[in-house]
Design a protein around this ligand. Sequence first.
Ligand code: SIN
Length: 537
Amino acid sequence: MTITSGRRLVIIGSGAAGLSAVLEAVRLGSSVTVLTKDSLGDGNSKLAQGGLSAVTAQGVTAGDSVDAHVTDSLNAGAGHCGRTAVQQMCAAAGELVSTLEDYSVAFDKNPDGSYQLGLEAAHSAHRILHVDGDATGAGLIDALRQAVRLAQEAGKLKIIEHALATELEYVDEQLRGVRYLKDQQELVLEADAVLLATGGLGTLYKASTNPAGATADGIGLAARAGAVIADAEFIQFHPTLVDPAKYPQAGMISEAVRGEGAILITEEGERFMTAVHERAELAPRDVVARAIHSQNLAGHRVFLDARAVEAERGTGFLKRRFPSITARLTKAGLDLATEPVEVVAAQHYWMGGIYTDSFGRTSLTGLYAAGECANTTVHGANRLASNSLLEAMVFARKSVHSMISDDLSVTCDISQLQVSELPPARNDAPLDLSQLQALASEHLGVHRTGDGLEVMNRALTSSAPVAQDQRELIELTNLWVTARLIAQGALQRVSSLGAHHRLDAVHESNTSTIRYGFRLAKTQQADNRTQNKEINA
Ligand code: SIN
């Protein structure tokens, strides 16, 4: 690899993708600044429960293989994944695990020193590494953050916290830096290459497993600069969020609980997943989420029932294996060991994103993306459980190598996409966050229809985001642009595929390689930039 010294790298976001990218940049001796809108490490990654999917040497000895991990990922993704990217990711998992251990990530181990491996939906083998049972994200982010802080103390990088990126600065199509908002002031950070690692968009929905900061920031930034966003229609819904209307603080219950044998039942005690899929509760996540949502639409309540797991494995098993979930449920007055817990499907993850190649390059010069805001094509139409942390870190670290060694005029190849321009918006009716959430939850949910999507589209294209303060307005604008991209993608894909389910589908496809991409028309890029400057004025 040619190392081009002196390049100024900026990494926006400090979850799993951002922190692992920073550490790789430091390891390679680059000049790097990390910009993050809250405190270092805040975000969705630290909430990850289930874990990190990885076939290690131990897995291979037990009969698992990288090829099996690839096959499971491709199958869950409904034939819409980029095979090469999936192969690269799965093959890199073993080495990533060693690197993380070098950064003191303490994966759970058995007394003999072997990894404790969990099972999650649509995996053909136990291959989920975890930390502190069900606190994988917290353990991972704590360790990476500490390593980054140590590097900061050694003067190897710069950290700017509580700084929201507002715009990518391009002059004559050359990236010059990033504008950001800190303490009500707009500032500019010069950069030769920028990595967007800003996470997802959960705040678009009324019910999401994501924290409030998941406001599609990188998507908004990239879209306003003219980058291609692809596969926007594929939103993943997690099957088991404890009903937030009744227990707002109880949170999500990891799929790993079903991996240990918990089942889904209705209020009448009927187990319904056996009739839906041969793998029952361990069917791909989109299948389980749809089945739960359909039960709710039919007037049934759905419960996760782990009582038999506790009975079989002995009193205290669930508390030992899932200490964080147990603690949260206890606070809410619930006990998975002795009672079924009511759950709903809720927005969880976005498979779409800023289109990248497997080197992290986007369609814009100097701009790279990794983690949930990026679309490496690894997740296809439905992400395999616990592949997100893996994908985020593998491709974030690869992106850093590209940022250092690329000829910065290169961009990713978009010739395989069907790219259209996003139709312009009229920007007249005011739209606040709760109105946007209501629209998205109704029309961009588990089930979609062409009519509903048209309603959504009209409402979005005739609206302008309004909020209380600058930060909220920028975040809402990012969500609004992203919602427009999702609605367009969902309208364009008239058949159902993976997590995109059209009730009025022309046909159900098991596989599709057609990938839709969108970019904002030049006028809208300019309009949005003007709007942003007004926001910041
Ligand atoms: C879970 O623990 O159920 C979530 C894991 C994931 O989103 O991959």
